[in-house]
Design a protein around this ligand. Sequence first.
Ligand code: IPE
Ligand code: IPE
Ligand code: MG
Length: 239
Amino acid sequence: MAAFDPEKEIPHHIAIIMDGNGRWAKDRGKPRREGHRAGAVSVETALETCGEIGVQYLTLYAFSSENWKRPKSEVNALMGLLAHFLKEKTPTLMKNNIRLQVIGQIDRLPEKNRLGLQKTIEKTADNDGLTLVVALSYGSREEIVGATRTLMEKAKRGEIDPADLDTETFSRYLDTAGMPDPDLLIRTSGEYRISNFLLWQISYSEIVITRTFWPDFRRQHLLDAIGEYQSRQRRFGGI
Ligand code: IPE
Ligand code: IPE
Ligand code: MG
């Protein structure tokens, strides 16, 4: 694996499928929620590292549309951790000039989480360092259907001509409107799948899968993944 080189191109946008919390806990004979709790430390580390090397967007897959299928106790533990993170870490986000944004069906979240998110998003809105995008109750298919529905309604009202629809216009109706596409997609825990994450946006992302479980994912793992990215030749269909 090629070593990280701060002189080479730094990905503008890194997206991470933070996976393996449950298996990390199981290996230690602990309940799954302990894995999620330990994973919060990795989030902090990733934020610090991205801020330090000049990444502009970090998108973290924290909870998928399909994760609602998990036992209520686990869902509650995850929502509790989110509320705790927002409460504890908003001052750190302010101090480090980090702006918070969210993608996903936020209206499905408990009120406490919605309010907490709204507060931190508003508070950090003018920060112009790293943008942290948290994917919550996020599913890419749902996002694409939502965008399509909005566009169809507009067309029905005569506000948009279907003949004018192109990929750029369509992108503006996704939750990620205005964000650059991820340059680098990382999935931890050695699973080789996308799990309904950013299907549209990762068309040309470089993909790095690491075997490390998310709670063990540290600065060096992230730098190694970026080093791997820097060694790739992106062609975007050209030669
Ligand atoms: C990722 O870890 C966190 C979420 C999906 C919320 P998992 O909870 O999926 O951990 P594993 O995959 O079962 O090990
Ligand atoms: C993907 O992980 C979702 C998040 C990391 C939030 P999952 O653990 O839910 O994915 P599958 O079920 O293994 O595909
Ligand atoms: Mg998993």
